[in-house]
Design a protein around this ligand. Structure first.
Ligand SMILES: Cc1cc2nc3c(=O)[nH]c(=O)nc-3n(C[C@H](O)[C@H](O)[C@H](O)COP(=O)(O)OP(=O)(O)OC[C@H]3O[C@@H](n4cnc5c(N)ncnc54)[C@H](O)[C@@H]3O)c2cc1C
Length: 382
């Protein structure tokens, strides 16, 4: 493969091989940078390996941020095509809630109206249409549910395949280097970073250091003396044993969310469980709260009868203080570039293109709302 000449001599060190670091390493190497990625475990060992991975632009105001997410879905499809990967499934998502839960039904209808106003295709279906034409293994009670919304441009992806696919292509096609090691320090030179220092003392010289360390981004920043405001919010996901059911779309059924998870497994998300993570430890598989979540899932997909939860995944979201991505050079360390976000599965391929464009002297306008400096300027005076 022929890489471009733009970044021919730049040494870019990317810290972290999750959805963000892997896709960015691929695009930067393709643009001609000498990319070294450093990962302390393996591709997708962090949040990317424990995510619901719904590709979506729902409830993501303002409109420019919604658009960023919608373009992110398209860019994930393009990237998978380019890499010959089969990990992206833009088959739509289904959303319903019982009429009795008036507040939630109204909120859902509002979100759908906004999507439609912003140019997304959303179909309002009856429960019968869904179970007859789209998802025969799903049960929706027509006596309790008025409408099922089908969001067409939504879906899910296999995040481990994405991170591994993008990283291995960066290495094989464009000569990127992948080092397994822990970034434990940064050697400063004036206002910038001269080298990234690994736990074993190895130094890797850098012109630009990209912080793609997800929920550990604040720690990586601190190594360079920079302050980054990222909260860590945990989330629990349940993976079923292989089940004799077919689910083609992501399903949001009010109290429980489901999606396919490969190998005939389903992934089950029950958001109230997220608050049951204590001191970084998920509730165990045998806990009654997991059994209760599985019962809710069986109510939606009756074919799960007799199928048990096989595993729990505990993910930690990197949540910037205002909920929006942090993308750009650090205000205090001139060659430290952050790419930290929630919804990183939806956004990774778009951000990889935009960051590569910025670092090759192109248009930076789409990234301006997300600069790291916005927090510093909001700090109280004096
Ligand atoms: C429960 C849950 C549900 C979610 N649902 C969705 C969803 O439906 N849709 C969506 O778009 N997003 C979702 N997200 C968010 C999404 O998963 C994340 O935004 C995304 O995975 C972040 O990827 P990342 O590459 O930034 O971070 P990570 O995947 O965490 O990658 C960071 C990598 O850096 C490495 N690292 C860290 N520190 C160092 C160091 N010092 N030295 C070397 N390596 C280091 C880690 O090992 C890790 O591999 C969800 C997250 C959670 C937890």
């Amino acid at each position: 493969m022929v890489a471009s000449d733009h970044l021919r001599d730049a040494r870019v060190v990317v810290v972290g091989v999750g959805a963000i670091g892997s896709t960015l390493a691929y695009r930067l190497a393709q643009a001609g940078a000498r990319v070294t990625t450093i990962e302390r475990a393996h591709a997708a060992a962090g949040t990317t390996g424990a995510t619901f991975a719904w590709l979506n632009g729902l409830d993501k105001p303002p409109r420019a941020y919604h658009r960023l997410n919608m373009l992110g879905i398209r860019d994930q499809e393009d990237l998978a095509d380019e890499l010959g990967g089969d990990w992206v499934h833009v088959t739509g998502s289904l959303h319903w809630t019982e009429r009795a839960d008036g507040a939630r039904a109204a909120g859902m209808a509002r979100g759908m109206r906004q999507l439609i106003e912003w140019g997304a295709r959303v179909d309002r279906l009856t429960p019968e249409q869904v179970t007859r034409d789209l998802e025969p293994d799903v049960q929706i009670d027509p006596a309790a549910v008025d409408a099922v919304w089908l969001v067409e441009r939504a879906g899910w992806l296999d995040p481990v395949a994405l991170a591994h696919g993008a990283m291995s292509a960066a290495v094989a096609r464009y000569g990127a280097e992948l080092i397994h090691g822990e970034v434990a320090g940064m050697r400063r030179d004036g206002d910038g970073i001269a080298a990234v220092v690994l736990a074993d003392g190895t130094e890797i010289g850098a012109d630009v250091v990209v912080n793609a360390a997800g929920p550990d981004a604040s720690g990586v920043s601190a190594l360079a003396g920079a302050v980054l405001q990222v909260e860590r919010t945990p989330g629990i996901l349940i993976v079923t044993a292989p089940a004799p059911v077919r689910l083609g779309r992501v399903a949001f059924a009010g109290d429980v969310n489901l999606r396919p998870d490969g190998g005939s497994r389903l992934m089950v998300q029950r958001e109230p469980l997220d608050t049951d993570v204590i001191d970084g430890t998920a509730i165990p598989l045998g806990d009654p709260r997991i059994a209760a979540a599985m019962e809710l899932a069986r109510h939606v997909v009756p074919g799960l009868a007799g199928v048990e939860a096989e595993g729990i995944r505990l993910g930690v979201r990197a949540m910037p203080k205002d909920g929006y991505p942090i993308v750009g050079f650090d205000p205090a360390v001139f060659n430290l570039y952050h790419v930290i976000t929630h919804s990183g599965i939806t956004l990774a391929a778009r951000l990889a293109l935009l960051v590569t464009e910025e670092l090759t002297g192109g248009d930076t306008a789409p990234l301006e709302p997300y600069r790291p400096g916005r927090f510093a300027s909001a700090a109280p005076a004096g």
